[in-house]
Design a protein around this ligand. Structure first.
Ligand SMILES: NC(=O)c1ccc[n+]([C@@H]2O[C@H](COP(=O)([O-])OP(=O)(O)OC[C@H]3O[C@@H](n4cnc5c(N)ncnc54)[C@H](O)[C@@H]3O)[C@@H](O)[C@H]2O)c1
Length: 327
């Protein structure tokens, strides 16, 4: 029997789906929680046999008692907190955004504090959006402790979480690691502007043209690697509260497109070269390396190939909706 029991929040999201896949393939018991109950994204990256090994539970992270109850009843040993509402939603509904992103994270920390000892590790999703515009960072690569200058409510909420976690260490010695993904790509990444990288690969698999809405240098992080980073940091035994940048592949979108075309000569990809994303891309991940030793990192070419192959299989099985390419 598995000695670990992981609880995921936001397990129906892209990173959640890949985290579930990795844990199940390791043979670890996992309790997959989310407000949503239909495992659409997990089904895109896992077989029915693998899904059958997961304990699914509906959980609203804004409900403190429910969070505490599930941690206690399921004997949770590690928590990976991914539930959150994204930039446009927080902008449109600031109160709900704060309830889920900020209070939800406090509730996770409270539940972990109430059951520390049984719970041995916590990693949670912060975001690169805690940083300000690239031109604010004269010193590069940008370190974990560079000033946080979020330019969106979403970024402000994530910043609040990083500081809340620090106080949980200061006052109660509850350790945690926050991770700051930038552009996560792979199967099941289907929402938001930065999902254009994943959608470009879906379009290649479908033989359709696709236009990426941005250009310039970015940091690309393969969803499978990001999932492993969440798992390994939760297990790391780190003593303290920190928040870490992720780096992996720093490339220009033009070079990414050229790389895809070199591998798939029929790819019909274009991009808006002069629309730059407003974030620093030259990120220092030495903080994460100090904790993990080696940061999981699939070579970009291999991740591109894997993703196109997976998308082709999903298309053949009618498990993916091409409507996402229109939005
Ligand atoms: N994907 C990226 O590129 C990226 C970049 C930076 C940070 N992040 C952060 O990583 C985390 C996971 O990202 P993702 O792309 O998988 O997100 P996602 O939007 O695909 O998934 C988030 C999940 O949270 C769930 N959720 C929303 N409200 C909830 C509530 N009240 N209780 C429980 N669950 C709730 C949603 O149903 C959804 O399944 C998020 O916190 C996100 O902010 C992601």
């Amino acid at each position: 029997m598995s000695v670990e029991t992981f609880m995921l929040t936001g397990s129906m999201g892209c990173i959640g789906a890949w985290t579930l896949r990795n844990l199940v393939r390791e043979g670890v018991r996992v309790v997959a929680t989310d407000l949503a109950t239909d495992p659409v994204r997990p089904r895109q990256v896992m077989s029915e046999e693998e899904l059958a090994q997961v304990t699914f539970a509906k959980l609203d992270v804004t409900d403190l008692n429910a969070v505490k109850q599930i941690v206690a009843e399921q004997g949770i040993t590690h928590v990976i907190h991914l539930a959150g509402l994204q930039v446009p939603f927080c902008r449109a509904n600031p109160s709900v955004g704060a309830a889920v992103n900020v209070v939800g994270t406090v509730n996770i920390l409270e539940a972990v504090r109430a059951h520390w000892g049984q719970v041995k590790g916590l990693s949670y999703a912060s975001s690169l959006a805690v940083l300000g515009p690239a031109d604010q960072y004269l010193e590069t690569p940008v370190r974990d402790d560079a000033p946080l200058l979020p330019a969106t409510l979403y970024g402000v909420y994530k910043q609040a979480n990083e500081w809340t976690a620090r106080i949980y260490w200061q006052d109660w010695q509850i350790p945690s690691i926050g991770l700051r993904p930038y552009i996560v790509y792979g199967v099941a990444r289907d929402q938001g502007m930065t999902s254009d990288i994943a959608k470009a690969l879906l379009a290649v698999a479908a033989g359709r043209p696709y236009h990426l809405r941005f250009g310039g240098p970015v940091a690309l992080q393969y969803a499978d690697d990001v999932a492993r980073i969440f798992i390994e940091t939760a297990r790391s035994g780190y003593q303290g509260a920190t928040a870490c940048n992720l780096r992996n592949d720093v490339v220009d979108v033009g070079d990414f497109v050229a790389m895809v075309k070199a591998r798939f000569p029929n790819a019909q990809l274009t991009y808006t070269a002069d629309n730059l994303l407003p974030f620093p891309y030259d990120l220092d991940d030495s903080g994460l390396k100090r904790i993990l030793g080696t940061v999981p990192h699939t070579p970009l070419e291999q991740a591109i190939d894997e993703t196109v192959v997976m998308f082709k299989t999903l298309l053949a099985e009618n498990l993916i909706d091409l409507k996402q390419l229109d939005g």
